[in-house]
Design a protein around this ligand. Structure first.
Ligand code: SAH
Ligand code: SF4
Length: 365
C-alpha cells in the first residue's frame, strides 16, 4: 500500500499515471489531503467514484498518530507523535504577533551527538518518512486551523525539532516540496527553514534539490572547540562550512544565513569568542540567533548568565550583525523542540518526566 500523504507532487503524479490517470489528479489529491486535511478517499468528491474505489485498493493516507497535545499558558502548543517501536517525536507550535511557526522533527533521535543536545544523547532510532515529517504539519494544521481572516494559523515551518534534517535528505526534500506546493501548503521558500549542524555535501544537495531558508548551528568560533561541541565538525571543519554557506547563498531564497549559537557558560561565551565569530563570518551575509542553553539531567554545561548573554549579543550587534535572542516559552508543557520525546519511550508508565526544555525558536526572521 502506498501512503499518499508523503508523496511529492511529482511522485503523486507518477502514482496516478500508474493507475492510468492524468497528472492533474495529483493536484486534486494534494488539495484534498493537504489543503483540506482529508484522509478519506470517499470525501474526494471531484473524482469519479470508480477512481476513488481504485485508490482505496492501492493506497492509504496516513499521518503519525498523535500521542499528546498540550497547550501552554503562553499559547505554545506541543504535539507528540508515535514513531513506532516505543519512539516518539514532537512538533511545537509557537504563536507570535506576525506569524505562527511550527517546529517539526525529521528523525527519531540523532547520530551526530552534539555535546549539549539531549536528542543526541538519546542515540539514533531512525529517519522519519516524508509522510511523518509532513504529517506533523498535517496534524497540527488540523488542530490549529485558520485565523479569523481565513489564513492558516501556521504560516512558517522550521525543521529544528529532533534530528538532523540533512541526514535524512531524501525524505526531507519530499516533505519540503509538499510544503511549498501551491496545491498543498503553499508556503514560500522564505517561510520554511532547515536547520543543520553543518553536513557540507548535503547543504549543496539541498541547494540543488529544494533551496529554502537555512540556519546553521555554529556554537563555536574555532575548530578545536567546535570539534568538541559539534563532532561533525571533525569531518567538515569551519573553513569548509563557511564555504558551503557562501555557495548556499548564491541562489537561496534568503540573502542571509542564520547562525544559531547556544551560549554555554565559560565555554563559548567570552568576548573573544564573539570577536572571533565576527571575523569568521565576515564574508557571509548572516544573522545570529543566540540561544540560551537549556540544561537536561547529566548535561555537562550551564546556561550563560543573563548579563554575559547580553554583552555577547552586543558585541555582535556593534559589528553590524543582526542578532536576536531566543526566548524560552512553553516551559509549563515541556514545549521545547526535540527533548521530550525520548522521555516517553516507556509508554506503559504513561508519565512524562520533568522538562529538559530547550528554548524555542521564537525570534527567527
Ligand atoms: N540537527 C539540527 C536541527 C535540530 S537541533 C541542528 O543541529 O541544527 C535545533 C537547534 O537546537 C540547534 O541549533 C541545536 O544546536 C540547538 N540545541 C540542541 N540542544 C540544545 C540545548 N540543550 N539547549 C539549547 N539549544 C539546543
Ligand atoms: Fe543532532 Fe542537532 Fe542535536 Fe546535534 S544539535 S545532536 S545535530 S539534533
Amino acid at each position: 500500500m502506498q501512503n499518499l500523504l508523503g508523496l511529492s507532487p511529482s511522485d503523486l503524479a507518477a502514482f496516478f499515471a500508474g493507475l492510468g490517470e492524468k497528472p492533474f489528479r495529483a493536484a486534486q489529491a494534494l488539495r484534498w489531503m493537504h489543503r483540506f486535511g482529508v484522509d478519506d478517499f470517499s470525501a474526494m468528491t471531484d473524482m469519479a467514484k470508480s477512481l476513488r474505489e481504485k485508490m482505496k485498493t492501492h493506497a492509504i493516507i496516513a499521518s503519525p498518530a498523535l500521542l499528546a497535545d498540550r497547550l501552554s499558558d503562553d499559547g505554545t502548543r506541543k504535539f507528540l507523535f508515535d514513531a513506532g517501536a516505543g519512539n516518539a517525536v514532537e512538533a511545537v507550535f509557537i504563536p507570535e504577533a506576525e506569524r505562527g511557526t511550527l517546529c517539526v522533527s525529521t528523525q527519531a533521535g540523532c547520530t551526530l551527538n552534539c555535546a549539549f543536545c539531549a536528542t543526541g544523547k538519546q542515540g539514533f532510532n531512525r529517519n522519519l518518512a516524508a509522510s511523518e515529517i509532513v504529517g506533523q504539519l498535517w496534524q497540527a494544521n488540523r488542530a490549529l486551523g485558520h485565523d479569523p481572516r481565513g489564513e492558516r494559523v501556521i504560516s512558517n515551518v522550521v525543521l529544528m525539532g529532533m534530528g538532523e534534517p540533512l541526514a535524512n535528505l531524501e525524505n526531507v526534500v519530499a516533505a519540503l516540496r509538499i510544503m511549498l506546493d501551491d496545491n498543498a501548503y503553499g508556503l514560500s521558500r522564505r517561510r520554511v527553514t532547515v536547520s543543520t549542524s553543518g553536513i557540507v555535501p548535503a547543504m549543496d544537495a539541498l541547494r540543488e534539490a529544494c533551496p529554502v531558508a537555512l540556519a546553521v548551528s555554529l556554537h563555536a568560533p574555532g575548530d578545536s572547540l567546535r570539534d568538541q561541541l559539534v563532532p561533525i565538525n571533525r569531518k567538515y571543519p569551519l573553513a569548509e562550512l563557511m564555504a558551503a554557506c557562501r555557495r548556499y547563498l548564491a541562489d537561496a531564497p534568503r540573502d542571509f544565513i542564520t547562525f544559531e549559537y547556544v551560549l554555554l557558560d565559560g565555554v563559548n561565551d567570552h568576548d573573544a569568542d564573539a570577536r572571533a565569530l565576527i571575523a569568521l563570518t565576515r564574508r557571509i551575509p548572516c544573522k545570529f540567533n543566540i540561544i540560551p542553553f537549556n540544561p537536561f539531567p547529566g548535561a555537562p554545561y550551564r546556561r550563560s548568565p543573563r548579563e554575559r548573554t547580553r554583552r555577547f549579543a552586543e558585541i555582535l550587534m556593534r559589528a553590524g550583525i543582526v542578532t536576536t535572542m531566543r526566548k524560552t516559552r512553553g516551559d509549563d508543557i515541556d514545549a521545547a523542540c526535540g527533548q521530550l520525546a525520548g522521555q516517553v519511550r516507556d509508554r506503559t508508565r504513561r508519565t512524562v518526566e520533568r522538562p529538559t526544555a530547550r528554548n524555542l525558536m521564537v525570534e527567527m526572521a
